[in-house]
Ligand binder design. Structure first.
Ligand SMILES: *[C@@H]1O[C@H](CO)[C@@H](O)[C@H](O)[C@H]1NC(C)=O
Ligand SMILES: *[C@@H]1O[C@H](CO)[C@@H](O)[C@H](O)[C@H]1NC(C)=O
Ligand SMILES: *[C@@H]1O[C@H](CO)[C@@H](O)[C@H](O)[C@H]1NC(C)=O
Length: 387
């Protein structure tokens, strides 16, 4: 089981990073511009593309980040300290109501309401800047002289709304707070700002996605379809129990971590995500305890227990999928993760549909035979009333 989990986790991370790397490598730019290296940032679905020139210590960069037309995006370098917007010189792209994009080059002297005075950079920008908006994303182009002629720089990026055409404060979500990283323009390697909270949020997300989003649906698929095959009895039952129990244990760990993260984040609460999480946990716990109250197969109440067990189980799966998307919207990891989850969901759905088509005729045949047996012997044991 541990191996299967590891495999599932690895598959999810691989899928996500493949999709993310693809995002960054497959990007194309206007005016025939090309860049030698690229980096998909860990937050806000942003990416940086650049070509470094060691001869003169400059880098041609393109920063791309999604935004709606009423938003702004920014990227810059902090020559003095990591993990901080104060002290950064940043390019900020926004557009007016007629769609004309302009770039502001400003030094950030404070976190609360910086003056945003144009042309106050603390390092040289030999060429540019220029910016454009297309396909729901801004791209900012510039050639920067890397401060201190060093290839290792602290970079910052951000996205936010405008208010009456003016740059307004960006949201304070975890991803907006964690959008800094140290980047080596020569090797391309990056180190996200050490942010243990973001790290724990990612673990919370991964645990819950694997538990509630993968293991529990697989367990339900096993119970619904495998038991139709006589040869799979009682193996399907044990597989079902193993999937649901390990899903529940992992899921409770992920849920507990979520509650802890929630209690630490004073000021910002994600109410719908939190409440859905609590509802899912309660329903799933009910499922576990209901096992103890399961009437015997021949008991006349078993049919009602089955109806209850199925409806609560399917509700947990649907609510979990909704809540995983809510969590992804809060965390805004690199866009590959959402894609990976959608691919997994579609795959599970596709498998269920195929099995539905395969098992229907078998189930009907079995039911007919059972009915015939019942008529002949006067003693039935319908498969649909199995565990
Ligand atoms: C930057 O450093 C490189 C050597 O690493 C040197 O060749 C280049 O002239 C320097 N550029 C500037 C602008 O100082
Ligand atoms: C820096 O050097 C590169 C490669 O030699 C050259 O193409 C580019 O124009 C130079 N940039 C500046 C600002 O001098
Ligand atoms: C900042 O100043 C430059 C000219 O120095 C101008 O081209 C640019 O549009 C200004 N940016 C904004 C947002 O006004």
């Amino acid at each position: 089981m541990a191996r299967l989990l590891l495999l599932l986790g690895a598959a999810m991370v691989l899928l996500a990073s493949a999709a993310t790397a693809q995002d960054c490598l497959s990007a194309t730019f206007s005016g025939g511009r090309t860049f030698g290296k690229c980096n998909s940032m860990p937050t806000l679905s942003a990416s940086l593309h650049w070509t470094y020139h060691p001869e003169n210590g400059t880098a041609d960069v393109a920063f791309r980040a999604p935004s709606d037309t009423s938003g702004w995006v920014g990227w810059g370098i902090n020559p003095t300290s990591g993990n901080s917007m104060v002290g950064s010189s940043v390019f900020i792209a926004s557009q007016d109501s007629s769609g004309v994009v302009s770039v502001l080059m400003t030094y950030l002297e404070t976190t609360s309401q910086p003056a945003l005075t144009n042309n106050t950079f603390k390092f040289n920008v030999p060429i540019g800047p220029a910016a454009e908006y297309s396909d729901g994303a801004y791209t900012i182009y510039a050639t920067v002289e890397l401060p201190g002629n060093s290839t290792q720089q602290y970079t910052v990026w951000q996205a936010g709304p405008t208010s009456n055409g003016a740059i307004a404060q960006h949201p304070l979500s975890p991803s907006n707070r964690a959008s800094t990283q140290s980047l080596d323009f020569l090797s391309g390697s990056s180190t996200a700002a050490s942010n243990s909270k973001l790290h724990r949020r990612n673990i919370h997300g991964l645990l819950n996605a694997i538990a509630w989003g993968i293991l529990i649906p697989i367990g339900a698929i096993i119970a619904r379809y495998l038991r139709v095959f006589e040869s799979a009895d009682p193996a399907w039952f044990y597989l079902h129990i193993v999937c649901q129990c390990s899903g529940y244990i992992l899921g409770v760990a992920g849920w507990g971590l979520g509650l802890k993260l929630g209690s630490e984040s004073a000021g910002i609460t994600y109410k719908p995500h939190r409440n859905l999480g609590i509802a899912i946990f309660s329903l799933a716990t009910l499922q576990v305890f209901a096992l103890l109250l399961r009437p015997d197969k021949k008991n006349k109440y078993r049919l009602y227990w089955n109806i209850y067990h199925h409806s609560v189980g399917y509700s947990v799966i649907v609510l979990s999928a909704i809540n995983i998307f809510k969590g992804l919207d809060i965390l805004q990891p690199a866009s590959g993760y959402k894609t990976a989850y959608i691919v997994i969901l579609a795959t599970l759905g596709g498998i269920a549909l195929c099995l539905e088509a395969i098992t229907w005729p078998i189930a009907i045949r079995k039911r007919r035979r059972n009915a015939a047996d019942k008529a002949a012997v006067g003693n039935g044991n319908g498969w649909q009333q199995g565990a």
